[in-house]
Write a protein that binds this ligand. Sequence first.
Ligand SMILES: Cc1cc2nc3c(=O)[nH]c(=O)nc-3n(C[C@H](O)[C@H](O)[C@H](O)COP(=O)(O)OP(=O)(O)OC[C@H]3O[C@@H](n4cnc5c(N)ncnc54)[C@H](O)[C@@H]3O)c2cc1C
Length: 443
Amino acid sequence: MNAKITIDVVGAGLAGCEAALCIARLGIGVRLWEMRPSRMTPAHRTGHFAELVCSNSLKSDVLDSAHGLLKAELRALGSHLLMIADQHRVPAGKALAVNREAFAAGVTQAVEDEPLIEVIRDEYSHIDPERLTVIASGPLTSDSLAEELSRIIGDDNLYFFDAIAPVIDAETVDLASAFWASRYSPADRDYLNCPLTETEYSAFREALVSAEIVEPRDFERKRLFEACLPVEELARRGEMTLAFGPFKPVGLIDPVSGRRPFACLQLRRETVSGTLLSLVGCQTRLKYGEQRRVFGMIPALQRASFARFGSMHRNLYVNSPIALSDHHQLKAASNVFLAGQITGLEGYVESIASGLIAGINAARRAMGQQLLLPPPGTMIGALMQHISTADAEHFQPMNSNFGLIPPDGELRSLRKRERKPAMARAALDALIKWRDAVGLCLD
Ligand SMILES: Cc1cc2nc3c(=O)[nH]c(=O)nc-3n(C[C@H](O)[C@H](O)[C@H](O)COP(=O)(O)OP(=O)(O)OC[C@H]3O[C@@H](n4cnc5c(N)ncnc54)[C@H](O)[C@@H]3O)c2cc1C
Protein backbone atom coordinates (compact mmCIF):
# COMPACT_ATOMS: atom_id res chain seq x y z
CA MET A 1 0.00 0.00 0.00
CA ASN A 2 1.16 3.52 -0.82
CA ALA A 3 -1.24 5.74 1.08
CA LYS A 4 1.29 8.62 1.20
CA ILE A 5 0.71 9.47 -2.44
CA THR A 6 -2.80 10.55 -3.31
CA ILE A 7 -4.33 11.02 -6.72
CA ASP A 8 -7.13 13.50 -7.37
CA VAL A 9 -10.03 12.05 -9.32
CA VAL A 10 -12.50 14.66 -10.55
CA GLY A 11 -16.12 13.58 -11.03
CA ALA A 12 -17.82 10.62 -9.37
CA GLY A 13 -19.57 9.50 -12.52
CA LEU A 14 -19.00 6.24 -14.33
CA ALA A 15 -15.39 6.89 -15.34
CA GLY A 16 -14.38 8.65 -12.12
CA CYS A 17 -15.77 5.97 -9.78
CA GLU A 18 -14.15 3.16 -11.78
CA ALA A 19 -10.84 5.06 -11.78
CA ALA A 20 -11.00 5.81 -8.05
CA LEU A 21 -11.87 2.22 -7.06
CA CYS A 22 -9.15 0.90 -9.35
CA ILE A 23 -6.48 3.24 -7.93
CA ALA A 24 -7.47 2.28 -4.38
CA ARG A 25 -7.29 -1.43 -5.25
CA LEU A 26 -3.75 -0.82 -6.46
CA GLY A 27 -2.95 0.55 -3.00
CA ILE A 28 -2.86 4.29 -3.71
CA GLY A 29 -4.91 6.92 -1.89
CA VAL A 30 -7.56 8.94 -3.78
CA ARG A 31 -9.29 12.26 -3.27
CA LEU A 32 -12.53 11.94 -5.24
CA TRP A 33 -14.17 15.28 -6.08
CA GLU A 34 -17.88 15.44 -6.81
CA MET A 35 -19.81 18.70 -7.00
CA ARG A 36 -23.28 17.17 -6.69
CA PRO A 37 -25.63 17.57 -4.88
CA SER A 38 -24.68 21.15 -3.94
CA ARG A 39 -24.09 21.95 -7.59
CA MET A 40 -26.12 19.86 -10.01
CA THR A 41 -25.67 19.33 -13.76
CA PRO A 42 -28.69 19.93 -16.01
CA ALA A 43 -29.20 16.15 -16.44
CA HIS A 44 -28.36 14.56 -13.07
CA ARG A 45 -31.18 14.34 -10.53
CA THR A 46 -29.50 12.97 -7.36
CA GLY A 47 -26.33 13.21 -5.31
CA HIS A 48 -25.54 9.53 -5.95
CA PHE A 49 -22.34 8.56 -7.69
CA ALA A 50 -22.48 6.90 -11.12
CA GLU A 51 -25.98 8.15 -11.81
CA LEU A 52 -27.22 7.00 -15.23
CA VAL A 53 -28.69 10.19 -16.68
CA CYS A 54 -30.86 8.60 -19.36
CA SER A 55 -31.45 4.99 -20.35
CA ASN A 56 -30.92 2.24 -17.75
CA SER A 57 -29.50 -0.03 -20.45
CA LEU A 58 -25.78 -0.70 -20.73
CA LYS A 59 -26.53 -2.24 -24.14
CA SER A 60 -25.89 -5.75 -25.44
CA ASP A 61 -24.30 -8.39 -23.26
CA VAL A 62 -23.76 -10.86 -26.11
CA LEU A 63 -20.07 -11.50 -26.71
CA ASP A 64 -20.48 -11.42 -30.51
CA SER A 65 -21.57 -7.77 -30.36
CA ALA A 66 -19.15 -4.88 -29.91
CA HIS A 67 -20.80 -3.78 -26.64
CA GLY A 68 -20.90 -7.35 -25.35
CA LEU A 69 -17.21 -7.76 -26.12
CA LEU A 70 -16.41 -4.54 -24.29
CA LYS A 71 -18.21 -5.86 -21.19
CA ALA A 72 -16.47 -9.24 -21.41
CA GLU A 73 -13.10 -7.46 -21.56
CA LEU A 74 -14.00 -5.27 -18.59
CA ARG A 75 -15.06 -8.30 -16.55
CA ALA A 76 -11.76 -10.00 -17.45
CA LEU A 77 -9.90 -6.96 -16.12
CA GLY A 78 -11.91 -6.93 -12.90
CA SER A 79 -14.03 -3.79 -13.45
CA HIS A 80 -15.71 -2.90 -10.18
CA LEU A 81 -18.62 -1.02 -11.78
CA LEU A 82 -19.45 -3.87 -14.14
CA MET A 83 -19.55 -6.20 -11.16
CA ILE A 84 -22.01 -3.86 -9.40
CA ALA A 85 -24.05 -3.57 -12.63
CA ASP A 86 -24.23 -7.39 -12.80
CA GLN A 87 -25.50 -7.46 -9.21
CA HIS A 88 -28.33 -5.07 -10.03
CA ARG A 89 -29.37 -6.29 -13.46
CA VAL A 90 -33.02 -6.35 -14.45
CA PRO A 91 -34.48 -8.59 -17.19
CA ALA A 92 -33.76 -6.98 -20.59
CA GLY A 93 -33.32 -9.82 -23.09
CA LYS A 94 -29.78 -9.90 -24.37
CA ALA A 95 -28.89 -6.50 -22.93
CA LEU A 96 -27.44 -5.64 -19.54
CA ALA A 97 -29.95 -3.24 -18.00
CA VAL A 98 -29.83 -2.25 -14.35
CA ASN A 99 -32.06 -0.92 -11.62
CA ARG A 100 -30.60 2.58 -11.84
CA GLU A 101 -31.18 3.58 -8.19
CA ALA A 102 -29.76 0.32 -6.85
CA PHE A 103 -26.77 0.55 -9.21
CA ALA A 104 -25.94 4.14 -8.23
CA ALA A 105 -26.47 3.34 -4.53
CA GLY A 106 -24.23 0.27 -4.90
CA VAL A 107 -21.42 2.30 -6.48
CA THR A 108 -21.79 5.08 -3.87
CA GLN A 109 -21.57 2.52 -1.09
CA ALA A 110 -18.52 0.80 -2.63
CA VAL A 111 -16.69 4.13 -2.91
CA GLU A 112 -17.66 5.27 0.60
CA ASP A 113 -16.62 1.91 2.08
CA GLU A 114 -13.15 2.13 0.50
CA PRO A 115 -10.73 3.38 3.18
CA LEU A 116 -8.23 4.68 0.61
CA ILE A 117 -10.80 7.02 -0.97
CA GLU A 118 -11.57 10.39 0.58
CA VAL A 119 -14.69 11.95 -0.95
CA ILE A 120 -14.72 15.74 -1.37
CA ARG A 121 -18.22 17.03 -2.15
CA ASP A 122 -17.13 20.22 -3.87
CA GLU A 123 -16.57 21.66 -7.31
CA TYR A 124 -13.03 21.20 -8.60
CA SER A 125 -11.98 24.17 -10.69
CA HIS A 126 -8.22 24.53 -10.62
CA ILE A 127 -5.93 22.04 -12.38
CA ASP A 128 -2.52 21.71 -10.73
CA PRO A 129 -0.20 20.33 -13.43
CA GLU A 130 2.17 18.97 -10.77
CA ARG A 131 -0.45 16.77 -9.06
CA LEU A 132 -1.44 13.38 -10.37
CA THR A 133 -5.03 13.86 -11.43
CA VAL A 134 -7.71 12.01 -13.39
CA ILE A 135 -10.30 14.39 -14.83
CA ALA A 136 -13.56 12.50 -15.45
CA SER A 137 -16.05 15.34 -15.18
CA GLY A 138 -18.14 14.13 -18.09
CA PRO A 139 -20.21 15.71 -20.85
CA LEU A 140 -21.71 18.25 -18.43
CA THR A 141 -18.45 19.45 -16.86
CA SER A 142 -18.93 22.63 -14.81
CA ASP A 143 -18.19 25.93 -16.54
CA SER A 144 -15.25 26.84 -14.33
CA LEU A 145 -13.47 23.55 -15.00
CA ALA A 146 -14.25 23.85 -18.71
CA GLU A 147 -12.63 27.28 -18.71
CA GLU A 148 -9.59 25.89 -16.92
CA LEU A 149 -9.29 23.12 -19.50
CA SER A 150 -9.62 25.51 -22.40
CA ARG A 151 -6.87 27.65 -20.87
CA ILE A 152 -4.56 24.63 -20.96
CA ILE A 153 -5.49 23.04 -24.28
CA GLY A 154 -6.83 26.06 -26.18
CA ASP A 155 -10.42 27.11 -26.95
CA ASP A 156 -10.33 25.48 -30.36
CA ASN A 157 -9.73 22.06 -28.85
CA LEU A 158 -12.70 22.01 -26.51
CA TYR A 159 -16.14 21.23 -27.95
CA PHE A 160 -19.45 21.88 -26.24
CA PHE A 161 -21.77 19.98 -28.56
CA ASP A 162 -22.00 16.71 -30.33
CA ALA A 163 -23.16 17.22 -33.84
CA ILE A 164 -22.63 13.69 -34.97
CA ALA A 165 -23.25 12.39 -38.45
CA PRO A 166 -24.05 8.69 -38.77
CA VAL A 167 -21.10 6.34 -39.22
CA ILE A 168 -21.49 3.21 -41.31
CA ASP A 169 -19.56 0.03 -41.89
CA ALA A 170 -17.59 0.60 -45.13
CA GLU A 171 -18.18 -2.96 -46.30
CA THR A 172 -21.92 -2.45 -46.45
CA VAL A 173 -21.83 0.34 -49.04
CA ASP A 174 -22.95 -0.80 -52.50
CA LEU A 175 -19.84 0.03 -54.53
CA ALA A 176 -21.77 -0.46 -57.79
CA SER A 177 -23.67 2.71 -56.88
CA ALA A 178 -20.73 4.72 -55.48
CA PHE A 179 -17.30 5.92 -56.61
CA TRP A 180 -14.09 7.06 -54.94
CA ALA A 181 -12.90 10.59 -55.81
CA SER A 182 -12.25 14.03 -54.35
CA ARG A 183 -13.91 17.12 -55.77
CA TYR A 184 -12.03 18.17 -58.92
CA SER A 185 -9.55 15.28 -58.38
CA PRO A 186 -11.07 12.07 -59.73
CA ALA A 187 -7.79 10.23 -59.12
CA ASP A 188 -7.87 10.92 -55.38
CA ARG A 189 -9.65 8.37 -53.23
CA ASP A 190 -10.39 10.56 -50.21
CA TYR A 191 -14.19 10.36 -50.43
CA LEU A 192 -16.63 7.64 -51.39
CA ASN A 193 -19.31 9.45 -53.37
CA CYS A 194 -22.94 8.30 -53.44
CA PRO A 195 -24.71 9.93 -56.41
CA LEU A 196 -28.45 10.66 -56.57
CA THR A 197 -30.64 11.36 -59.58
CA GLU A 198 -33.11 14.25 -59.40
CA THR A 199 -35.97 11.84 -58.58
CA GLU A 200 -33.93 10.06 -55.89
CA TYR A 201 -32.88 13.39 -54.39
CA SER A 202 -36.46 14.70 -54.20
CA ALA A 203 -37.73 11.51 -52.56
CA PHE A 204 -34.83 11.54 -50.08
CA ARG A 205 -35.41 15.20 -49.18
CA GLU A 206 -39.15 14.62 -48.73
CA ALA A 207 -38.45 11.71 -46.39
CA LEU A 208 -35.86 13.71 -44.48
CA VAL A 209 -38.13 16.66 -43.73
CA SER A 210 -41.05 14.48 -42.66
CA ALA A 211 -39.08 11.96 -40.58
CA GLU A 212 -39.47 11.73 -36.80
CA ILE A 213 -36.84 13.53 -34.75
CA VAL A 214 -35.65 13.31 -31.16
CA GLU A 215 -36.82 16.43 -29.33
CA PRO A 216 -33.95 18.35 -27.68
CA ARG A 217 -34.02 18.87 -23.92
CA ASP A 218 -34.43 22.43 -22.70
CA PHE A 219 -30.79 22.83 -21.73
CA GLU A 220 -29.70 21.71 -25.21
CA ARG A 221 -32.05 23.95 -27.14
CA LYS A 222 -30.35 27.29 -26.61
CA ARG A 223 -26.85 26.80 -27.96
CA LEU A 224 -27.39 23.99 -30.40
CA PHE A 225 -28.30 25.99 -33.44
CA GLU A 226 -25.33 28.29 -33.01
CA ALA A 227 -23.10 25.24 -33.45
CA CYS A 228 -24.17 23.60 -36.68
CA LEU A 229 -27.42 22.72 -38.35
CA PRO A 230 -28.92 19.25 -38.54
CA VAL A 231 -29.23 17.99 -42.10
CA GLU A 232 -33.05 17.76 -41.82
CA GLU A 233 -33.14 21.44 -40.79
CA LEU A 234 -31.08 22.38 -43.85
CA ALA A 235 -33.40 20.33 -46.05
CA ARG A 236 -36.39 22.19 -44.61
CA ARG A 237 -34.96 25.52 -45.77
CA GLY A 238 -35.60 24.84 -49.43
CA GLU A 239 -35.76 22.20 -52.11
CA MET A 240 -32.23 22.81 -53.33
CA THR A 241 -30.52 23.79 -50.06
CA LEU A 242 -28.93 20.36 -49.65
CA ALA A 243 -27.99 20.13 -53.34
CA PHE A 244 -26.18 23.46 -53.01
CA GLY A 245 -24.82 22.50 -49.58
CA PRO A 246 -23.47 19.19 -48.28
CA PHE A 247 -24.91 17.23 -51.23
CA LYS A 248 -23.44 19.51 -53.90
CA PRO A 249 -22.14 17.56 -56.89
CA VAL A 250 -19.66 20.15 -58.21
CA GLY A 251 -16.27 18.79 -59.18
CA LEU A 252 -17.54 15.19 -59.29
CA ILE A 253 -18.08 13.00 -62.35
CA ASP A 254 -19.89 9.70 -61.93
CA PRO A 255 -17.73 7.17 -63.85
CA VAL A 256 -20.82 5.10 -64.72
CA SER A 257 -22.78 7.89 -66.45
CA GLY A 258 -19.72 10.01 -67.34
CA ARG A 259 -21.71 13.02 -66.06
CA ARG A 260 -21.99 15.15 -62.99
CA PRO A 261 -24.68 13.67 -60.72
CA PHE A 262 -27.70 15.78 -59.73
CA ALA A 263 -26.67 15.56 -56.08
CA CYS A 264 -24.08 13.56 -54.20
CA LEU A 265 -23.55 12.44 -50.61
CA GLN A 266 -19.89 12.08 -49.68
CA LEU A 267 -18.60 9.47 -47.22
CA ARG A 268 -15.35 10.17 -45.40
CA ARG A 269 -13.03 7.72 -43.64
CA GLU A 270 -13.65 7.70 -39.90
CA THR A 271 -10.84 5.31 -39.04
CA VAL A 272 -7.33 5.32 -40.48
CA SER A 273 -7.92 1.83 -41.93
CA GLY A 274 -11.11 3.01 -43.69
CA THR A 275 -13.35 0.35 -42.12
CA LEU A 276 -15.82 3.02 -40.99
CA LEU A 277 -17.20 5.92 -43.03
CA SER A 278 -19.13 8.96 -41.86
CA LEU A 279 -21.86 10.71 -43.86
CA VAL A 280 -20.39 14.17 -44.49
CA GLY A 281 -22.62 17.04 -43.36
CA CYS A 282 -25.35 14.72 -42.10
CA GLN A 283 -25.41 15.54 -38.38
CA THR A 284 -28.96 14.73 -37.47
CA ARG A 285 -31.63 14.46 -34.81
CA LEU A 286 -33.64 11.84 -36.66
CA LYS A 287 -34.69 8.89 -34.50
CA TYR A 288 -32.39 5.90 -35.06
CA GLY A 289 -34.92 3.82 -37.03
CA GLU A 290 -35.65 6.86 -39.19
CA GLN A 291 -31.94 7.31 -39.95
CA ARG A 292 -31.76 3.75 -41.22
CA ARG A 293 -34.89 4.25 -43.33
CA VAL A 294 -34.14 7.71 -44.75
CA PHE A 295 -30.40 7.37 -45.45
CA GLY A 296 -31.18 3.89 -46.80
CA MET A 297 -33.03 5.65 -49.65
CA ILE A 298 -29.65 6.69 -51.07
CA PRO A 299 -28.93 3.94 -53.60
CA ALA A 300 -25.40 3.17 -52.35
CA LEU A 301 -26.65 2.93 -48.75
CA GLN A 302 -29.60 0.59 -49.21
CA ARG A 303 -27.89 -2.13 -47.16
CA ALA A 304 -25.73 0.12 -45.01
CA SER A 305 -25.06 -1.10 -41.51
CA PHE A 306 -24.82 1.74 -38.97
CA ALA A 307 -21.84 1.54 -36.61
CA ARG A 308 -23.18 4.59 -34.80
CA PHE A 309 -26.18 6.77 -35.41
CA GLY A 310 -26.12 10.53 -35.71
CA SER A 311 -27.11 12.71 -32.77
CA MET A 312 -26.97 16.25 -31.51
CA HIS A 313 -26.77 17.07 -27.86
CA ARG A 314 -24.83 19.05 -25.35
CA ASN A 315 -21.56 17.27 -24.70
CA LEU A 316 -18.28 18.76 -23.62
CA TYR A 317 -15.26 16.89 -24.93
CA VAL A 318 -11.71 17.65 -25.96
CA ASN A 319 -10.08 17.22 -29.34
CA SER A 320 -8.17 14.22 -28.04
CA PRO A 321 -5.93 13.57 -31.06
CA ILE A 322 -4.51 17.04 -30.48
CA ALA A 323 -4.77 17.44 -26.70
CA LEU A 324 -4.02 13.94 -25.36
CA SER A 325 -1.08 11.53 -25.41
CA ASP A 326 -1.49 7.83 -26.27
CA HIS A 327 -2.26 7.13 -22.61
CA HIS A 328 -4.78 10.02 -22.47
CA GLN A 329 -2.64 12.42 -20.44
CA LEU A 330 -2.85 16.10 -21.33
CA LYS A 331 0.10 16.73 -23.63
CA ALA A 332 0.56 20.05 -21.84
CA ALA A 333 0.48 18.44 -18.35
CA SER A 334 1.49 14.78 -18.29
CA ASN A 335 0.40 14.24 -14.66
CA VAL A 336 -3.17 14.93 -15.70
CA PHE A 337 -5.13 12.05 -17.26
CA LEU A 338 -8.55 12.47 -18.86
CA ALA A 339 -11.16 9.72 -18.68
CA GLY A 340 -14.73 9.06 -19.74
CA GLN A 341 -16.88 10.98 -22.13
CA ILE A 342 -14.71 14.10 -21.90
CA THR A 343 -12.08 12.27 -24.00
CA GLY A 344 -14.52 11.94 -26.90
CA LEU A 345 -15.76 8.48 -26.04
CA GLU A 346 -19.49 8.00 -25.95
CA GLY A 347 -21.50 5.63 -23.80
CA TYR A 348 -21.80 4.38 -20.25
CA VAL A 349 -19.64 1.29 -20.64
CA GLU A 350 -17.04 3.04 -22.81
CA SER A 351 -16.70 5.59 -19.97
CA ILE A 352 -16.24 2.81 -17.41
CA ALA A 353 -13.51 1.27 -19.61
CA SER A 354 -11.74 4.58 -19.98
CA GLY A 355 -11.91 5.16 -16.21
CA LEU A 356 -10.39 1.75 -15.56
CA ILE A 357 -7.43 2.36 -17.88
CA ALA A 358 -6.87 5.90 -16.54
CA GLY A 359 -7.00 4.53 -12.98
CA ILE A 360 -4.44 1.84 -13.78
CA ASN A 361 -2.12 4.32 -15.47
CA ALA A 362 -2.41 7.07 -12.87
CA ALA A 363 -1.57 4.50 -10.17
CA ARG A 364 1.34 3.15 -12.23
CA ARG A 365 2.69 6.66 -12.73
CA ALA A 366 2.47 7.21 -8.97
CA MET A 367 4.50 4.03 -8.48
CA GLY A 368 7.03 4.98 -11.17
CA GLN A 369 5.93 2.10 -13.43
CA GLN A 370 5.56 2.04 -17.20
CA LEU A 371 2.11 3.04 -18.47
CA LEU A 372 -0.03 0.39 -20.16
CA LEU A 373 -2.58 0.07 -22.94
CA PRO A 374 -4.40 -3.08 -24.02
CA PRO A 375 -3.42 -4.09 -27.58
CA PRO A 376 -5.38 -2.48 -30.45
CA GLY A 377 -6.82 -5.90 -31.36
CA THR A 378 -9.00 -5.67 -28.23
CA MET A 379 -12.10 -3.49 -28.00
CA ILE A 380 -10.73 -1.42 -25.10
CA GLY A 381 -7.35 -1.01 -26.81
CA ALA A 382 -8.97 -0.06 -30.12
CA LEU A 383 -11.18 2.56 -28.46
CA MET A 384 -8.27 4.06 -26.55
CA GLN A 385 -6.10 4.14 -29.65
CA HIS A 386 -8.84 5.66 -31.78
CA ILE A 387 -9.31 8.53 -29.35
CA SER A 388 -5.69 9.63 -29.51
CA THR A 389 -5.00 8.92 -33.19
CA ALA A 390 -8.23 9.79 -35.07
CA ASP A 391 -8.30 12.54 -37.68
CA ALA A 392 -8.16 15.67 -35.46
CA GLU A 393 -9.84 17.88 -38.04
CA HIS A 394 -13.03 15.81 -38.06
CA PHE A 395 -12.85 14.34 -34.57
CA GLN A 396 -16.23 13.31 -33.19
CA PRO A 397 -17.29 11.09 -30.28
CA MET A 398 -17.09 7.35 -30.79
CA ASN A 399 -18.59 4.28 -29.18
CA SER A 400 -17.39 0.68 -29.37
CA ASN A 401 -17.79 -1.10 -32.69
CA PHE A 402 -15.91 -3.75 -34.63
CA GLY A 403 -14.81 -1.25 -37.28
CA LEU A 404 -12.31 0.17 -34.77
CA ILE A 405 -10.37 -3.06 -34.51
CA PRO A 406 -7.67 -3.03 -37.19
CA PRO A 407 -8.36 -5.53 -39.98
CA ASP A 408 -6.73 -8.90 -39.51
CA GLY A 409 -6.22 -10.71 -42.84
CA GLU A 410 -7.46 -14.12 -41.70
CA LEU A 411 -10.51 -12.89 -39.80
CA ARG A 412 -11.49 -10.34 -42.47
CA SER A 413 -11.70 -13.09 -45.06
CA LEU A 414 -14.38 -14.93 -43.06
CA ARG A 415 -18.02 -14.57 -44.06
CA LYS A 416 -19.74 -11.70 -42.26
CA ARG A 417 -21.88 -13.96 -40.05
CA GLU A 418 -18.80 -15.81 -38.78
CA ARG A 419 -16.51 -12.82 -38.62
CA LYS A 420 -17.84 -10.92 -35.60
CA PRO A 421 -17.94 -13.97 -33.29
CA ALA A 422 -14.39 -14.86 -34.40
CA MET A 423 -13.19 -11.27 -33.93
CA ALA A 424 -14.79 -11.14 -30.47
CA ARG A 425 -13.16 -14.40 -29.36
CA ALA A 426 -9.76 -13.29 -30.72
CA ALA A 427 -10.08 -9.91 -28.99
CA LEU A 428 -11.01 -11.43 -25.63
CA ASP A 429 -8.15 -13.97 -25.90
CA ALA A 430 -5.74 -11.13 -26.74
CA LEU A 431 -6.94 -9.13 -23.75
CA ILE A 432 -6.53 -12.06 -21.33
CA LYS A 433 -3.05 -12.80 -22.72
CA TRP A 434 -2.09 -9.15 -22.32
CA ARG A 435 -3.52 -8.98 -18.78
CA ASP A 436 -1.52 -12.05 -17.75
CA ALA A 437 1.64 -10.89 -19.50
CA VAL A 438 1.65 -7.50 -17.75
CA GLY A 439 0.61 -9.10 -14.45
CA LEU A 440 -2.45 -6.92 -13.99
CA CYS A 441 -4.44 -7.98 -10.94
CA LEU A 442 -7.29 -5.89 -9.58
CA ASP A 443 -8.74 -8.53 -7.21
C1 LIG B 1 -28.48 14.06 -21.44
C2 LIG B 1 -27.58 12.89 -21.65
C3 LIG B 1 -28.13 11.63 -21.92
C4 LIG B 1 -27.28 10.54 -22.12
N1 LIG B 1 -27.83 9.30 -22.37
C5 LIG B 1 -27.03 8.21 -22.49
C6 LIG B 1 -27.57 6.89 -22.67
O1 LIG B 1 -28.77 6.70 -22.67
N2 LIG B 1 -26.72 5.85 -22.82
C7 LIG B 1 -25.36 6.02 -22.78
O2 LIG B 1 -24.63 5.02 -22.91
N3 LIG B 1 -24.82 7.25 -22.61
C8 LIG B 1 -25.61 8.35 -22.46
N4 LIG B 1 -25.09 9.60 -22.29
C9 LIG B 1 -23.70 9.75 -22.26
C10 LIG B 1 -23.32 9.59 -20.78
O3 LIG B 1 -23.23 10.80 -20.11
C11 LIG B 1 -22.00 9.02 -20.65
O4 LIG B 1 -22.05 7.86 -21.37
C12 LIG B 1 -21.53 8.74 -19.25
O5 LIG B 1 -22.37 9.11 -18.19
C13 LIG B 1 -20.27 9.53 -19.16
O6 LIG B 1 -19.60 9.10 -18.04
P1 LIG B 1 -18.57 10.08 -17.40
O7 LIG B 1 -18.07 9.38 -16.20
O8 LIG B 1 -17.60 10.54 -18.41
O9 LIG B 1 -19.44 11.36 -16.97
P2 LIG B 1 -20.63 11.46 -15.90
O10 LIG B 1 -21.22 10.12 -15.65
O11 LIG B 1 -21.50 12.56 -16.37
O12 LIG B 1 -19.87 11.90 -14.57
C14 LIG B 1 -19.22 13.14 -14.46
C15 LIG B 1 -19.36 13.62 -13.02
O13 LIG B 1 -18.53 14.76 -12.83
C16 LIG B 1 -19.21 15.69 -12.01
N5 LIG B 1 -18.60 17.01 -12.26
C17 LIG B 1 -18.66 17.79 -13.38
N6 LIG B 1 -17.88 18.89 -13.24
C18 LIG B 1 -17.31 18.80 -11.99
C19 LIG B 1 -16.41 19.64 -11.27
N7 LIG B 1 -15.89 20.77 -11.79
N8 LIG B 1 -16.05 19.28 -10.00
C20 LIG B 1 -16.54 18.14 -9.45
N9 LIG B 1 -17.40 17.30 -10.09
C21 LIG B 1 -17.77 17.63 -11.36
C22 LIG B 1 -20.65 15.54 -12.45
O14 LIG B 1 -21.52 15.99 -11.43
C23 LIG B 1 -20.76 14.02 -12.67
O15 LIG B 1 -21.15 13.35 -11.50
C24 LIG B 1 -25.90 10.71 -22.07
C25 LIG B 1 -25.34 11.97 -21.82
C26 LIG B 1 -26.18 13.05 -21.60
C27 LIG B 1 -25.56 14.40 -21.30
